[in-house]
Design a protein around this ligand. Sequence first.
Ligand code: GZL
Length: 346
Amino acid sequence: MKKTACLAALLLLLATVSVACRSSAVSESTTESTTDKKMVTVGFSQLGAESDWRRTNTESMQSALSEENGFKLIYKNGQQKQANQVTALRMFIQQEVDYIVLAPETETGWDFVLKEAKDAGIPVIIVDRRVDVQDRSLYTCWVGSDFELEGQKMTTWLHEFTEKNSIAPEDVHIVNIQGTLGSTAQIGRTRALNNAVRDYGWDLLASESGDFTEVRGKEVMASFLRKYDNINVVYCENDNEAIGAIAAIEAAGKKAGPDILNGEIMVVSFDGINKDARQYLKEGKISCIAECNPLHGPRVQALIETLERGETPEQFNYVAETLFSSLTDITSITVGTETYAVEIEK
Ligand code: GZL
């Protein structure tokens, strides 16, 4: 009897030890697999949700910087206020994230908080618009568009249009519905237009910010129409403004279209993301859209993965972009020494 009891006790002891080993092995392997899958924590400060472009950009970032891709993403929407973005960056620093990604509302006012991130040893990646800081080592790299080039492509296309249709420069009466003042997209697109007005001799009647939104685009266009009776071109610095402007044009009993010597008002725009804008392009209500690509998620993911490998990425990473138009007689434009195809959409 005693022998049996000893044997049973021994077997129970062995069973207990083997379970303990297995569970520690499991926990080690789990620990090991967790160690293998070191999640990279990213604090992403997005400027807002003002446009289709912005919402598409946010979706792109969230799907690229996902758990299955090895990221823990902390997303903060700044609601178009730099102060909110500064607060978010300070929170990311407190949380000791591995990387900060910043999509800045406007270019200035970032030196102090970026210095805090640098002092905390957290690399910062700037996405989309730029930051204007004294010390460029305050951020590791930037990825986005060449906004002035977007504007140069658009104004070159407009110049080609006037040449092909024998429209004298002094007969081009243009208004600019600008983007958010002080944002890199607005600065670049506005600079390109102002330089074209100077170089080609167009009549620039007025410029005012529509803040990249449809509501403000409509309000600004309505006010322009009340003030000027000779507008025949509207340069909208994004699609949402263009949709608002067309609503105002039609509410005023006028027609958006390319026949500008016979009373139509040509609308040109930037982005190419908004479905309504692309439909307007097919219908001829918008004559040309300069692409501004929002799909920066995979690009930022690649930059972080480069840094994770201990390699150094380029500091400035530009995205290639095109022009879309429904007018078939301009199939390419040349800016400087570069020629760009125009994608015709009918
Ligand atoms: C451009 C981006 C601009 C878009 C707008 O990269 O910053 O902001 O053109 C968006 O649609 O609101």
